[in-house]
Design a protein around this ligand. Sequence first.
Ligand SMILES: Nc1ncnc2c1ncn2[C@@H]1O[C@H](COP(=O)(O)OP(=O)(O)OP(=O)(O)O)[C@@H](O)[C@H]1O
Ligand SMILES: [Mg+2]
Length: 250
Amino acid sequence: MLRVENLHTFRGRIHALKGVGIHLNAGEIFAVVGPNGAGKSTLLGTIAGLYRSSQGRVWFEGAEVTGTAPEELVRRGLALVPERRQVFQGLSVRDNLLLGAYHRYRQQRQTLERDTEDILTLFPRLRQRIGQAAGSLSGGEQQMLAVGRALMARPKLLILDEPSLGLAPKMIAELFEAFVDMRKSRGLTILLVEQNIRAALGIADRGLVLERGRVKVEGSVSELKTHPQVEAAYLGRYAEASASPGGPAG
Ligand SMILES: Nc1ncnc2c1ncn2[C@@H]1O[C@H](COP(=O)(O)OP(=O)(O)OP(=O)(O)O)[C@@H](O)[C@H]1O
Ligand SMILES: [Mg+2]
């Protein structure tokens, strides 16, 4: 349902992606992991039309979409939840959700109510806070809202950039459970970038390790988990990192 071939993208003068290829089957959860600055956000942003590639091609649902504008990709069913939850702090939870459906606000107004209801069922915490300003929510709740808003666009492919960032373990578990649920109930395909490798590999089917703009290792989750390089460089290090005090809890 998504295919990327030989993607090269520059961020300023930095050659951030150096020939990345990736393919996702429908209904799959695919994890991209790798260190800071590896090019993970650049990869997601290039797929979602935010950054222009200098070389390479992207196909979505059988059609080439290389260089297509982000709004058009949203219309076609590709939604990105960017790094660091970006909700409109001054707007209510309900209005934030409705903004996710802006592109079909006129034509399909009657479905908005039902879609909002579906999302509140998926994230019951949001229901209790529906009239509250988004800025007054906890970090984890804001992340749920950011995901909920993306779902309001009725995507077929949901792309998530480090959704666990800054969240307490309990919130991460809740959020990731919702991802698994969304795949099951909506047949959603999910492309997930994570620094929390254990959490990501806990729900993914396949994945890859990106380092310095290149795919280092790729395979099924069981292959990745037992890959000596992945274990040494990531799983071991993550275990150490998680033992030290982290960022703000969600
Ligand atoms: N706006 C920018 N201008 C110039 N260089 C940038 C810009 N944004 C990112 N870069 C560089 O591009 C490279 C890839 O960055 P990217 O944000 O894609 O990495 P990442 O894997 O998402 O890292 P992180 O885990 O820290 O989010 C890095 O070397 C980074 O410094
Ligand atoms: Mg990033």
